[in-house]
Design a protein around this ligand. Structure first.
Ligand SMILES: [Zn+2]
Length: 326
């Protein structure tokens, strides 16, 4: 028998016009007997919509299909930022993915992180934490594996990335002590992430791909009935940790990309330009790919400034080469 319970929590988020304001973070616990406990999380950054839409769908659907274990659904874990449609928390400007710093929490964002560390992470063995490009980036839909610090290689990660069902997987090496990967690592929680879409918009098709990926992960972790496994897609791994994977603007201008997501480019290939239409005498600035590979991330906002990420590109590697990154 499946038991469903709400485990919402609220966090203080005072403003100048609301001294005792609190923000409620919705949590649904779906329990179907013995088995692993898994958290499905979206909205760490409030403007990343695909995971939020997919987990909201599972909020209604999962109680009738879960057969083993326990799932915690958090469709908008930074509820304040989701309601405002912003990456960062409006109350304090905090980035929830940098706020897992340990008690005492110094404001709303760290309060959400502290609540997750106290209430959720000790109770789960695995999590899928869905991100996307948000307002300022657009990603080739991909699963994501982040190695935090000197995390040991976990042989379950490639299977989990394959179970997510997308043909692309990105690899990051996270060093920030306050990140969600850092918190998951502290609690020994197996963590897969994803980068799906972005650009201040979303679509049913992307939300459906994300939902299918989350169900695939629950199946891989043993919480859904055994099904004839679909042929596993060939998954290509992109190491986005290398400095050469990211092209940043070095001055302000209007970014006119000449490539598309998923396109293969050569090193130093012309991939676009920065122009300044209001200063027609200033020279056009050509942008060159920092290395050869596949374009996996593009900035969808034309007006750009010094330091903005414009593009990420990396060679496609076999997923099994992941072990060499550890
Ligand atoms: Zn994010």
């Amino acid at each position: 028998m499946v038991r469903v319970s709400r485990e919402d929590f609220s966090v203080a988020a005072a403003t100048n016009v609301s001294a005792y304001r609190r923000i409620t973070v919705p949590v649904l616990r779906v329990e179907a007997g013995p088995g692993p406990a898994v958290a499905l999380i979206a909205g760490v950054h409030g403007d990343e919509w695909e995971g939020q839409a997919a987990i909201l769908d599972l909020w209604h659907e999962l109680p009738s299909i879960l057969t083993r274990g326990t799932v915690y659904l958090l469709p908008a874990v930074n509820a304040e930022a989701s309601l405002a449609g912003t990456r960062l928390s409006p109350a304090d400007g905090g980035n929830l993915n940098r706020a897992f710093l340990g008690a005492p929490a110094r404001g709303y964002t760290e309060g959400v992180a502290a609540a997750l560390e106290a209430r959720l992470l000790p109770r789960v063995q695995a999590m899928v934490d869905v991100h996307s490009g948000g307002a300022s980036l657009r990603y080739l839909p991909s699963s994501v594996i982040t190695r935090h610090g000197d995390d040991a290689y976990d042989a379950r990660l490639p299977a989990l990335a394959r179970a997510f069902g997308l043909p692309h997987c990105m690899f990051f090496r996270g060093g920030e002590p306050g990140s969600m990967p850092a918190a998951a690592s502290r609690h020994g929680v197996l963590r897969l992430s994803a980068e799906i879409g972005g650009g201040r918009e979303t679509s049913q098709s992307l939300a459906d791909r994300c939902r299918a990926g989350l169900l695939g992960c629950l199946g891989e972790l043993g919480l859904l009935p055994d099904r004839t496994p679909a042929p596993a897609p060939e998954v290509r791994l992109y190491d986005l940790d290398a400095a050469a994977a990211t092209l940043r603007a070095r001055e302000s201008g209007v970014f006119v990309p000449g490539v598309e997501l998923g396109q293969s480019v050569a090193a130093l290939q012309h991939i676009g330009r920065l122009i300044e239409p209001a200063r027609p005498d200033s020279p056009m600035r050509a942008l060159l790919s920092p290395q050869s590979g596949t374009v996996v991330c593009l900035r969808p906002i034309a007006r750009s400034d010094d330091g903005d990420c414009l593009l990420q590109v990396a060679p496609a590697l076999p997923l099994d080469s992941l072990v060499s990154k550890y």
